[in-house]
Design a protein around this ligand. Structure first.
Ligand code: NAD
Ligand code: UFG
Length: 337
């Protein structure tokens, strides 16, 4: 398939481009580089031997999107493009609503006009809010989100669901990612946040290479066995492979489908630190700090539906992901050039 990958130079997008190439698909990437580097294209080429077609454009730019659909016979779209920093979204809500909603609306319009009917959308476990019951199933009612970023995901899910009702020719997959971590084992691709990392793994990796002196563990007084929050950490390569499996599913014309992409296993912050230390052989100094507002105590996925219907399963462990994240950080101490 010729697959348009929006946001395809980002953390999850770049790994997915590699997975698509390895599965014999032809990815075409559009990215405005607001949170990624052009050098990722060379790195994808080093890994796969393929120079991918790349268009630097904003998904909100209808003319640019039309041009892409006119130039390539696109069979399907994976829509990663979006802003994702939870804290920033609280401070700059309009920036998040504008970017995330508008890019999706413009994309759908362009797809409709150009007769492209297969879409995979990057949603998030954040749409479940503070879960009453675990593990989370796709049928678990959506909860109250705690920030504008999460709300954009919930709103876009609703928009795409409403749209799919009246466009039976469309196949749309809403993929609810749990916590993607890790990096490409080559050390060439990985998470490269600008400024101070918001997320646990990139922060731990920067502490491990001495770029930051310690990790703040946000709360050890949660009602969990060791007092720290529990998440379902999934290796980004497993997540990338989940997208390839989803494209195969869309070829069966299923209409609108929803899948949790996780491992089904919860891991605490302290367990992540231990796994990282074991995988890297490096001590990760930490300080217990106050809880971070908006954090839920625990979430992890029920992954039965994805395993059964996508014939896909997360295979890699948290320790594998920690090893790969550490190697990437060591090889790129200041990130990707
Ligand atoms: P990322 O920031 O690394 O990648 C997103 C890419 O989209 C970047 O390369 C950025 O430059 C590009 N982009 C943003 N707005 C754009 C626009 N308007 N037009 C064109 N390009 C644009 O993020 P990621 O971690 O790879 O996440 C990919 C998607 O998955 C996002 O939609 C994110 O919300 C979602 N998601 C991520 C996580 C996570 O923890 N990483 C969890 C759940 C969902
Ligand atoms: N944490 C720390 N110290 C840090 C960073 C994080 O203790 O410096 C803790 C958090 O309190 C939380 C856990 O590590 O308990 C994971 O935090 P992350 O920020 O890595 O991930 P979140 O679960 O908060 O959020 C992630 C994505 C969101 C997505 C959400 C879905 O970043 O995009 O999962 O559940 F919406």
């Amino acid at each position: 398939m010729k697959v348009l990958v929006t946001g395809g130079l980002g953390f999850i997008g770049s790994e997915t481009v590699v997975a698509l190439l390895e599965a014999g698909h032809e990815p075409i990437v559009v990215d405005n580089l607001c949170n990624s580097k052009i050098g990722v294209i060379d790195r994808i080429e080093t890994i796969t031997g393929v120079r991918i077609p790349f268009i630097q454009a904003d998904c909100r730019d209808k003319e640019a999107m039309d041009k892409i659909f006119s130039s390539y016979q696109i069979d399907g779209v994976i829509h990663f493009a979006g802003l994702k920093a939870v804290g920033e979204s609280v401070k700059l809500p309009l920036k998040y609503y504008e970017n995330n909603l508008l890019s999706t609306l413009v994309l759908i319009q362009a797809m409709e006009e150009h007769g492209c009917h297969n879409l995979v959308f990057s949603s998030s476990a954040t749409v479940y809010g503070d879960p009453g019951e675990l593990p989370l199933k796709e049928t678990t009612p959506l909860g109250t989100t705690t920030n504008p970023y999460g709300e954009t995901k919930k709103m876009i899910e609703r928009i795409l669901t409403d749209y799919a009702h009246v466009h039976p020719e469309f196949n749309i997959a809403l993929l609810r990612y749990f916590n993607p971590i890790g990096a490409h084992p080559s050390g060439l691709l990985g998470e490269d946040p600008r400024g101070i990392p918001n997320n646990l793994l990139p922060y731990v990796a920067q502490v491990a290479i001495g770029r930051r002196d310690h990790l703040n563990v946000f709360g050890d007084d949660y009602p969990t066995p060791d007092g720290t929050c529990i998440r379902d950490y999934i290796h980004v390569l497993d997540l990338a492979e989940g997208h390839v499996a989803t494209l195969n599913k869309l070829n069966e014309n299923p209409g609108l489908v929803i899948y949790n992409l996780g491992t089904g296993k919860g891991t605490s912050v302290f367990e992540v630190i231990k796994a990282f230390e074991k995988a890297s052989g490096v001590k990760v100094p930490y300080v217990v700090a106050p809880r971070r507002s908006g954090d839920v105590t625990a979430n992890y996925a029920n992954v039965d539906k994805a395993e059964k219907e996508l014939h896909w399963k997360a295979k890699r462990s948290v320790e594998d992901a920690c090893r790969d994240a550490y190697n990437f950080q060591k090889a790129n101490p200041e990130g990707i050039a």
